[in-house]
Design a protein around this ligand. Sequence first.
Ligand SMILES: *Cc1c(COP(=O)(O)O)cnc(C)c1O
Length: 212
Amino acid sequence: MNIRNYLKIKNLIPSTVNLLAVSKGFKSQEIKIINDLGQKDFGESKFQEGFQKQEILKDLKEINWHFIGRIQSNKIRKIVQNFKYIHSVDSYETLEKISNASFEEMKHPSIMLQVKLSEDPNKVGFDPKLLIEKWLEIQKFKNVNITGLMTINPKGLSAIENKELFRKCRSLADSLNLPECSMGMSGDWEQAIDSGATWIRLGSIIFGDRIR
Ligand SMILES: *Cc1c(COP(=O)(O)O)cnc(C)c1O
């Protein structure tokens, strides 16, 4: 745990940028320590792991839980029931299923659509062209509040390359009138902020190295 880094970054970021503390791979006790310092937003990437921590920490009512991982169809209902924000909606079909489950569960999650802006075969997400083509249909889905876009840059890019991709995300969001851009992790958050991020997702720089 690196409380000094947390406080430093918290002080450095502009008021337009929200810090999501990515607690995947870390224990509920560590979430509690950061929460005691005023951190309200926490991100998890696996349903079961996140849900266990939610149960342990259920008395901390002020936490907003964000889902940021790959979304398996058979977990959608549970994700909708337990997460207020979902950053990682990577396809039209997944969005449709989330909308249906949210309607049935009378939930209204805030959604960020993950976009694929590079050729990296390991990355998933909407193709920008397809997103624009489908945009009218996408906006008709019930019980989902689509507030922005999310992207994950490939590792190993230069600062300039990072900014280029982040700016693509920002301008695509602007063209769709979406306020939020969830982009930037421990290695590239400064470039993301320079390029118009409104959510940065920080794990290891705050919590330390994850043990897998
Ligand atoms: C793990 C993860 C992060 C945080 O990564 P760090 O490099 O540890 O800051 C951010 N976003 C997503 C989607 C992640 O899976």
